[in-house]
Design a protein around this ligand. Structure first.
Ligand SMILES: [Ca+2]
Ligand SMILES: [Ca+2]
Length: 142
């Protein structure tokens, strides 16, 4: 089975594919919006925030942080998504921040931050046959 290492260009191409990107973001948003009100509350986002290693890399979350420090960090991340500060994240806010985050990841990868060559076990190989939805998940969770 042939595999490839996800690289910055893969992410840029994916984000640049407006249609595929929008579909994937809509799906993720719908999954997170557990009460289906079209808005993501902090508690709905929290589970996702906690699962994303990209946040650790992108925003410099340190594994040695105490739980209360982490909570503050997650709250500030939520605030980043909540662009109009109304306490919830709507689809447009979610999409805009996700795009920025992925592009930041792509440039970090180009700088070697995410590359497998750093010896930290980063840069998960993904199967070529996976669709963009899986790419999206892999991109955010590597
Ligand atoms: Ca909701
Ligand atoms: Ca908002």
């Amino acid at each position: 089975m042939s595999v490839e290492v996800l690289d910055g260009n893969t992410i840029v191409n994916f984000v640049g594919d407006e249609e595929a990107f929008t579909v994937s973001v809509h799906e993720l948003f719908a999954n997170l919006d557990s009460d289906h009100d079209g808005q993501l509350s902090y508690s709905e986002m929290l589970k996702e925030l906690q699962s994303l290693r990209v946040f650790e890399i992108h925003f410099g979350i340190d594994e040695s942080m105490s739980p209360s420090e982490l909570t503050r960090e997650y709250e500030s991340l939520f605030t980043k998504f909540d662009n109009d500060s109304n306490g919830t994240v709507d689809l447009e806010e979610f999409k805009a921040e996700t795009r920025q985050m992925m592009l930041a990841m792509a440039s970090a990868e180009r700088d070697g931050v995410l590359a497998g060559s750093d010896g930290a076990g980063r840069g998960q190989p993904i199967e070529e046959s996976r669709g963009v939805g899986d790419c999206y998940a892999s991109c955010l969770r590597m």
